[in-house]
Design a protein around this ligand. Structure first.
Ligand SMILES: Nc1ncnc2c1ncn2[C@@H]1O[C@H](COP(=O)(O)OP(=O)(O)OP(=O)(O)O)[C@@H](O)[C@H]1O
Length: 233
């Protein structure tokens, strides 16, 4: 079963068309990357999947059922989690409280923080009582991924998780995503501008330009100059 199928979607902000017939698939136990420069529509694609912005036409299918009409909280309870651009940590809540915000879409009996979160990111365990706003950018990114994992997702969406993060933490995040893919069969859809990160992690790659998918293939395609050309400013 394919986890996510986005089929020929169009998305508008008023009269401006941000997505023009985008088709993307994400499969279990795979990391699918959507690469593209600033403003090509990557975040809009994720908004269409989470339900934060309606599509004008086309279909979004999750585990073989349409979710087009579902509100964001319904999609979250079905197993779609997002690590948003800019992390969106609550600065005045503690690390523990930030993680517990992930409980909102869970049944009462499931409202625990999985030990996996602390195994992947031990720093979160060390800082449980610290305020989110006191963490470094990299630690906040780990917290944002931890908060998404608390919801026990089947599909994990990440919006430019490497943005503004130091290289050692980018490596930790890459290791965590690979571990999740390989051990729990999680479906991961990652949108990025950082080519090397995608080249290392991705099983499958899409390149977006001006609201359209302009290339699709295996990660090795990123070694080809004509493919990289799409990503040059
Ligand atoms: N809320 C909005 N209202 C109007 N236009 C928007 C809105 N959000 C995005 N856009 C426009 O839609 C287009 C796609 O933006 P989007 O944020 O999806 O791109 P992106 O690839 O994620 O870029 P970035 O890397 O800068 O986040 C851009 O032209 C942007 O200006």
């Amino acid at each position: 079963m394919t986890t996510l199928e986005v089929d020929d979607i169009h998305l508008h902000y008023g009269a401006a068309e941000a997505l023009r017939g985008v088709t993307v698939k994400a499969e279990p136990s795979q990391i699918t990357c959507v690469l593209g420069r600033n403003g090509v529509g990557k975040t809009s694609l994720l908004r269409a999947v989470t339900g934060q912005h309606p599509v004008s036409s086309g279909a979004v299918t999750f585990e073989d059922a349409s979710i087009n009409g579902n509100a964001p909280y319904v999609r979250a309870s079905k197993g779609i989690a997002i690590v948003p651009q800019g992390r969106e940590i609550f600065p005045l809540l503690t690390v523990r409280e930030n993680l517990e915000t992930g409980f909102a879409c869970l049944k009462r009996k499931d409202r625990t923080i999985p030990s996996e979160v602390f195994e992947l990111f031990p720093v979160l365990n060390d800082m449980l009582s610290r305020r989110g706003g006191d963490l470094s950018g990299g630690q906040q990114q780990q917290l944002a991924i931890g908060r998404a994992l608390v919801t026990r997702p089947k599909l994990l969406l990440l919006d430019e998780p490497t943005e503004g993060i130091q290289p050692s933490i980018i490596k930790d995040i890459g290791r965590a995503l690979t571990f999740l893919r390989d051990t729990s069969g999680l479906t991961i859809l990652l949108v990025e501008q950082y080519l090397d990160f995608c080249r290392e992690l991705a099983d499958s790659v899409y390149i977006m330009d001006r609201g359209e998918i302009v290339h699709q293939g295996p990660a090795e395609d990123l070694d080809q100059p004509e493919v990289r050309r799409h990503l040059m400013v």
